[in-house]
Structures are given as structure tokens and as C-alpha cells.
Design a protein. Structure first.
Length: 488
């Protein structure tokens, strides 16, 4: 039986080589540019398909290297953008996983039944319902299908094949290695302009659309590599020295991204780290946030008055760029966010249950703008970004249930992550869980100001790191059992 299977593999391999040889023969004869491109891409495509079908762990590791280096093409036709080859790899693996799921294979029941998985499933289900009633069905179905592909691959698939301490570290290191190449490329380009802020949106291209996505990606990795120093040597896959090489690049990328939301998120995780070291319980953290919100609402008028007197503008210096976060008087960027948020809230008040449909905000918000809040960068054509909030986006596009299910994903992830950090007896598990949780926290904070979960690089880290916390919870938490089904 084994010999027969080997003969089949050898025969199939030989057939592929012969067919590829014939294809190269036609390329030489017809000498077409498109055929030459196809001939160059075909081996990579065949290897990718082989890994996806027979070596899923290798495929996941290959994705960790490919995704940060994928190139953004803004418009390939009909207003559709794509990140190549990353999104092609995502779509193909999503189809493989979904086919296996339909046949009752691949993803174990312990993963499906986890509270975070259930919350994600409910969120996706509501997105489907909101797409059915969408004001722009084509936009919504395209957006929803890409979200499903991201969740299936980055959450389910990654958790299944990478959900152990060793494999989590391998993935994070491979992703960071590829991203470090992008960081070096970006810093070198930025240095040609003396690291001025005005070109920060240009220098990360073509790997990142703009500096905010670039900065958010790097910030997601920072806590993991800072925490790397404290993982016991028996569980580390590399010496601490390697982290000392990567960390300076990560910190430089964060500083010179000139993303104020990134700077704020990194500053706040320092507070988060202190809370974890002091073992502050989650309910006390939420109680503190509630008190801060109440105080902020009570003193709303004097706070607004003080903010209106802040006149620091973006780009003049690092200090003034940072303090311009609070400038709601003359900063067009900040004022435009307020304009988009107000429009989003008005849209929510009109369609509070189902929203306008996934992905539709940029095309629908124009009539809901208040003329008094509009700025010189406002638009009526949906061509200058969206709602600038990862939380208002589901509220306006999928209604209150969409927002609540997305919030449930975050709250459950934080709860399970903190339980691992506080109660697990394995030091390495606690450190990795804390690092992943703090990394995600940078994006939870950043999500108040921007939305990037529709991009492959941020989605890979956000859903992947969420899945890793769930995997650690299944393997090492209270519900740990021998039949977890997650690869070691």
C-alpha cells in the first residue's frame, strides 16, 4: 500500500515536470510577456498548492514570511485593490479549510466551541444578515467574504497548526524577520528626506498603503519581542541576542512612523504592563475605565475648552506632533475624525439594528456630515478613507448587534488572556500570553482612531494573535485536555 502511494506521488511529480517543460517550450516559441510572467510564477504557485495540501504547517510559516512583503496594488480594475501574493495565498487556504470544515475535518471541536470562537461566529453571522439587507449588496458581500477568509485562515487555520509555544514563536519570528526587511527599506527611504514627517505616508510603499498601517503592524509585535527576554531558555527557540537585534528596528519604526495613534497605544501598554505586574483584576480595570469616563463626561466643558486652546500641529517636531493629538481647534486631521464620527453616529441612529451593510460607510456617509464640522479635507465622494474607528465601523455598517459581537470578541480574548497570565503555572505560557495580549491591546487602542482589519497584514496579526491566546487557553488553561487537537 505504501509503495503504491509513493509510486503515485512520483508519477504525479514527473507529470507536473513534463507539463511544465512543455509550457516552457510554448513560452519560448511565442515569446509573450504574459507567458513569461506566468512561467516565472508557476513554480511558486505549484509549490504553494503542494504545501497547502500536504504540509499545512510549512504553508503557515511561508505565509508568515510572505505577508509582510506582499505588495499593495490599489486598483486592478473595477475599483478593486489586492495585496500580492499574500491575499491570493489567503483565499486559496480559506477554500481548503472551508472544504475540510464542511466534511467535518481539519478544525477540532474544542476550537469551535471556545467562547471566543463562538463570539467570532456570531459576529460573522450577523455580518451575513447585514449583507443581505445592505444598501450596497455587492460591496457588502465582497467585504464580508474577505473577512470570512481572514478569520478562517488567520484565526482557525493558524490556531490549528501553530497553536503551541514553539510554533507561535516561530510564526512571530518569521513575520518579524520579513517585517524587519520592510522596516530597513522604509528607514533607508525616509533617511533620504532626513526623516521628516511630511513623507511618512510615502516611504513604506508599496508594502504598506500608509504610515499608520505600517506603524500599527510594528506596534503589534513590540510587546512580544520585549517579553522575549523573560522566557526561560528551555522554551525559547533562539537566544535573547536575536531579540536585541530586532527590538531597535521595531522601536525606530514606531518613532519614525509618525503615527500619533501608534505612539498613544504604545504609551498605554506601559500602563497595561504595570497592571499585569501588579496582578490587577480585570473588573477593577473596567471599573477604573468607567470612573474615568464618568469624570470625563462630568468635566466635559472645561476639557473641551482646554483642547480648543491646543494649537500644536502635525509635523513640526516629534514633541509638537505628539501633542497635536489633543488639537481639536486647528488640526484638520483631528477635526475630520470628529466629522466622520459624528456622521457615523447619525447613520447608526437611522439604522440601529442592521446598519447600512458591511463596507458601505465610505459610500454612504456624505449626506450625514454636518457642514459646521466639515474641513478642507472633507469629501462627498467616498475617496478619502472611512469612519476612522474600528468600533464605529461595525456600529454604522452592521448595527448594534454587529458592534456588540465584535466587542464580545475583544472582551472574551482579554478575559481568557488575563486568566492565563494570572493563573497559569507555566512561566513561558504566562509571558507569551501577556506579550500577545499587550500586543493586541496596542490595536484595541489604535482602533479608536483607525480601522485596518480589512488589510491582510493587520488581519494576520490581529486574528492570528487572538487565535494564539485561544490555543494557549485550550492547551494550558483550565479547559486543557489531551484531545485539544492543536499541533505541538
Amino acid at each position: 500500500m505504501l509503495n503504491r502511494q509513493l509510486h503515485k506521488k512520483y508519477f504525479f511529480s514527473l507529470l507536473v515536470i513534463v507539463l511544465y517543460g512543455l509550457f516552457l517550450f510554448f513560452v519560448i516559441i511565442y515569446d509573450s510577456l504574459y507567458l513569461r510572467i506566468a512561467a516565472a510564477a508557476l513554480p511558486f504557485l505549484l509549490i504553494t498548492i503542494y504545501l497547502a495540501l500536504y504540509h499545512p504547517l510549512w504553508y503557515a510559516m511561508l505565509m508568515a514570511l510572505i505577508l509582510p512583503l506582499s505588495v499593495n496594488l490599489e486598483d486592478i480594475g473595477m475599483g478593486v485593490g489586492v495585496s500580492l501574493p499574500g491575499e491570493i495565498m489567503v483565499v486559496f487556504m480559506a477554500l481548503v479549510v472551508l472544504i475540510n470544515l464542511l466534511n467535518g475535518r481539519y478544525i477540532t471541536k474544542t476550537i469551535i466551541r471556545h467562547p471566543v470562537s463562538i463570539a467570532i461566529a456570531l459576529n460573522l453571522l450577523w455580518m451575513v444578515i447585514a449583507s443581505v439587507t445592505s444598501t450596497m449588496p455587492v460591496i457588502s458581500w465582497k467585504y464580508m467574504m474577505m473577512r470570512i477568509a481572514f478569520v478562517v485562515v488567520f484565526y482557525l487555520f493558524f490556531m490549528q497548526v501553530l497553536g503551541s509555544l514553539k510554533n507561535i514563536q516561530k510564526f512571530m519570528w518569521l513575520f518579524a524577520a520579513a517585517l524587519t526587511m520592510v522596516i530597513v527599506y522604509t528607514l533607508l527611504r525616509h533617511s533620504q528626506f532626513n526623516f521628516i514627517q511630511q513623507v511618512n505616508g510615502y516611504v513604506p510603499q508599496p508594502f504598506f498603503k500608509d504610515h499608520t498601517i505600517y506603524g500599527a503592524s510594528v506596534a503589534l509585535l513590540l510587546p512580544f519581542f520585549a517579553g522575549w527576554f523573560f522566557i526561560p531558555s528551555k522554551d525559547r527557540i533562539f537566544p535573547r541576542f536575536f531579540s536585541m537585534i530586532v527590538l531597535p528596528f521595531i522601536l525606530a519604526a514606531i518613532v519614525f512612523s509618525y503615527s500619533r495613534a501608534v505612539w498613544l497605544s504604545v504609551a498605554l501598554i506601559i500602563i497595561g504592563t504595570i497592571f499585569i505586574l501588579l496582578r490587577v483584576k480585570l473588573r477593577y480595570i473596567f471599573a477604573g475605565l468607567f470612573v474615568l469616563l464618568a469624570v470625563g463626561l462630568y468635566f466635559k466643558d472645561p476639557i473641551i475648552y482646554r483642547l480648543q486652546n491646543v494649537e500644536s500641529e502635525r509635523g513640526s517636531s516629534v514633541k509638537e506632533h505628539a501633542t497635536s493629538i489633543a488639537n481639536v481647534n486647528t488640526s484638520a486631521s483631528n477635526l475630520e475624525r470628529i466629522n466622520r464620527w459624528e456622521a457615523g453616529l447619525d447613520m447608526f441612529s437611522e439604522k440601529p439594528l442592521l446598519g447600512f451593510g458591511p463596507g458601505t460607510y465610505p459610500f454612504q456617509y456624505a449626506p450625514y456630515q454636518d457642514e459646521e464640522l466639515m474641513t478642507r479635507i472633507s469629501t462627498y465622494f467616498g475617496d478619502k478613507g472611512g469612519v476612522h474607528s474600528e468600533y464605529l465601523k461595525p456600529l454604522t455598517e452592521t448595527g448594534l448587534p454587529g458592534f456588540l459581537t465584535f466587542a464580545a470578541v475583544i472582551l472574551l480574548t482579554v478575559g481568557r488572556g488575563m486568566r492565563l497570565v494570572y493563573k497559569n503555572k507555566n512561566t513561558s505560557v504566562r509571558i507569551v500570553a501577556a506579550s500577545l495580549l499587550l500586543g493586541l491591546t496596542t490595536y484595541y487602542v489604535h482602533g479608536f482612531f483607525n480601522f485596518f482589519l480589512h488589510t491582510d497584514k493587520i488581519a494576520a496579526l490581529f486574528w492570528g494573535m487572538t487565535g494564539f491566546i485561544v490555543a494557549l487557553d485550550i492547551k494550558y488553561g483550565k479547559a486543557a485536555n489531551k484531545s485539544s487537537g492543536i499541533n505541538v
